[in-house]
Design a protein around this ligand. Structure first.
Ligand SMILES: [Fe+2]
Length: 487
């Protein structure tokens, strides 16, 4: 019996035992089976992430799993995003849901090898427990800048020597004086039910992998708690959303070899246009959302941070949810999306930077244009004060650009007042496109396209001078639009 069939067999037997009264003989068989089941080695079904890479460190994230594959997609959807999957029972057991992946208690550690195959770092064994949804975070330290490394993750049951392994690779950020080319990709907004196809998930991830980017920035809405299939109104369903997303093979494969930085937005924190004080979503409070976020995103210290990547690139990732004023507060000098502490950190570090090109990654737009009715970001009327200040500040910096998520269409815009350029990556998949009319081309628009996909950004010195290129691509990686600038 292969592993899968054996698992199905165990499941059947155990399910049978639950539904009938348990005779002593069968009970003892069941406990033997349970022991065997428990002895199975944990799986890496939710993959792992190489996160927060800088020149000397990274943070690995993983979740140990009790099943080798996620539950298959069994339901059909109607041809419109965010609608209920047909006949999907919101109240069924979570472990029966499409995309579900059970967790497993166990131990996990990481080995890091250099290019010659020598082990340069061995982490402690970390225990995975139900309290953290069987996730683990493994800090890796003392690496060399601009070096390629291999990662081997090992998972086992406590007290066992039998391990499952998962392998990956990455390079650390080069030093601040190193003139090296950079390729990165970025995208936003992915909803489990917006998949391109039922087995691998999203084409965008497979297409990004072909470019072999140095890293990937996800600008928010990694999952959607407040969209059906299920609506995640409690911890169990909220965690399920992470499991289902991280279970797509296209993501699992991509993250093996491409480091990620994640920025949170409203839907992967709690609900639409979330801010502290807006009220809970079902049983989940804002603080619960924050806990769940950090359970899945291995950031140490502040959620806003900056990374230097060689001589020619520095990028900033800002936090737009944890510190914001209520959206319905009257606009004025006191009203903020970033909060004073973050603004001080941002302006100081940008002022001090001598990188050729500077990128601000933000979940939400700074330039827009956005829908007139929206009241959530710097391009909207209810954050006019901070928005105007920010556009003036950023446009006064040489070679500084905004890259944002949140909006479900691709665009490049140039602020009419300040000339600040903004690149909206658009959502991960075509199915997810909504919210803008293709005919509505405004004076700010340099490019507008109602498609999903991603944005790739390249920095190099092929022509002697540093150059940055922004390429919008469709889900297959085909270039749809390019803007380049010489530093
Ligand atoms: Fe979104």
């Amino acid at each position: 019996m292969n592993l899968n069939n054996r698992r199905k067999f165990f499941k059947k037997v155990i399910a049978g035992l639950v539904s009938f009264s348990i005779a002593p003989k069968i009970a003892s068989e069941a406990s033997t089976l349970e022991i065997k089941k428990r002895a199975e080695v944990p799986y890496f079904t939710n993959g792992f992430k190489i996160a927060e890479v800088d020149s000397n460190t990274t943070m690995l994230w993983t979740r140990l799993c009790s099943q080798a594959e996620p539950n298959p997609v069994r339901h059909e959807r109607i041809d419109k995003v965010f609608r209920h999957p047909i006949d999907f029972d919101e109240n069924q057991e979570v472990n029966k849901m499409d995309g579900a992946v059970g967790g497993a208690e166990g131990m996990v550690r990481a080995l890091v090898k250099d290019e010659r195959g020598g082990t340069v770092f061995t982490s402690d064994w970390e225990e995975t427990l139900p309290a953290n949804d069987y996730t683990a975070k493994i800090p890796i330290k003392d690496l060399k800048s601009g070096h390629a490394y291999q990662i081997i993750l090992e998972a086992k049951k406590r007290g066992s020597n039998e391990v499952n392994i998962e392998k990956g690779s990455f390079s650390t950020a080069p030093g601040k004086n190193d003139k090296v080319p950079v390729v990165l990709t970025t995208s936003t907004c992915q909803y489990f039910w917006s998949f391109d196809e039922k087995t691998r998930g999203f084409h965008t991830y497979d297409s990004m992998a072909k470019l072999k980017p140095d890293f990937f920035v996800h600008t928010g809405d990694y999952i959607y708690y407040d969209k059906p299939g299920p609506l995640a109104k409690n911890f169990e369903k909220a965690r399920h959303k992470w499991h289902a997303m991280n279970g797509w093979p296209s993501l699992r494969d991509f993250f093996k070899n491409v480091p990620i930085y994640m920025i949170k937005d409203d839907h992967d924190l709690l609900k639409d246009d979330a801010y502290r004080g807006k009220g809970p979503y079902g049983d989940l409070t804002f603080q619960d959302g924050v806990k769940l976020w950090y359970e899945n995103v291995p950031i140490e210290d502040k959620p806003y941070r900056t990374v230097r990547w060689g001589k020619d690139l520095q990028f900033w990732m800002v936090e737009g949810r944890e510190y914001r004023s209520p959206n319905d507060m009257e606009d004025g000098n006191e009203k903020s999306i970033w909060g004073k502490e973050q603004i001080d950190w941002f302006t100081k570090s940008v002022d001090e930077s001598d990188a050729t090109f500077k990128l601000l990654f933000t979940a939400t737009p700074v330039v827009g244009p956005d829908r007139d009715g929206k009241k959530d970001n710097h391009a909207n009327s209810n954050f006019k004060h901070e928005g105007a200040w920010l556009r003036r500040y950023l446009s006064a910096k040489k070679n500084m650009f905004v890259v944002n998520g949140d909006r479900h269409w691709q665009y490049v815009s140039k602020d009419l007042e300040t000339g600040l350029m903004e690149f909206g990556s658009g959502p991960v998949s075509d199915f997810h496109v909504q919210g803008w009319d293709a005919e509505d081309v405004r004076p700010e628009h340099q490019y507008l396209n109602l498609i999903g996909g991603f944005l790739s950004i390249e920095v190099d010195r092929k022509l002697g001078k540093p150059k940055i290129s922004f390429k919008h691509r469709d889900v297959y990686g085909k270039e749809m639009h390019e803007e380049s600038f010489i530093g």
